[in-house]
Each structure stands twice: as C-alpha cells, then as structure tokens.
Design a protein. Structure first.
Length: 66
C-alpha cells in the first residue's frame, strides 16, 4: 500500500488517482492515516462481497428457523 501525506495527495492529485488504480493509497494527516483511496473496481468488489455475505447469513438464519 502506498502512503502519501494529505499535502502530497492534494499537490499530486493525478498521481494519487493513477496510483490508487493499481494499489490502495493511504492518506495521512499529521502522520496518522485518515483515509484510503481505492479503485472503483476494488470498492465494488469489497461492497458486493459484503452484500453477498449478508445475504448468505440471512438465508442461513431462515434455513435454521425451518
């Protein structure tokens, strides 16, 4: 994971976007991580994965009730 300061991210926004398309970018403020920038594809993979897990858990609960 690449790390950039908030100032670096602001001053090199295009570079941050290009980097985030290849790997997550941790943005730090005052030396502490505050956000992670990821590509849309990675975000969708993560959120769809969570939705799928939730649906599976819901089905398991329903099956256990029967």
């Amino acid at each position: 994971m690449k790390t950039m300061s908030a100032r670096e991210a602001k001053n090199a926004f295009g570079l941050m976007i290009d980097t985030a398309r290849a790997q997550p970018v941790l943005i730090e403020k005052h030396g502490r991580g505050v956000v992670v920038v990821v590509a849309v594809e990675e975000y969708e993979r993560l959120t769809v994965g969570q939705a799928t897990k939730a649906k599976t858990a819901e089905r398991d609960v329903e099956a256990a009730r029967k």
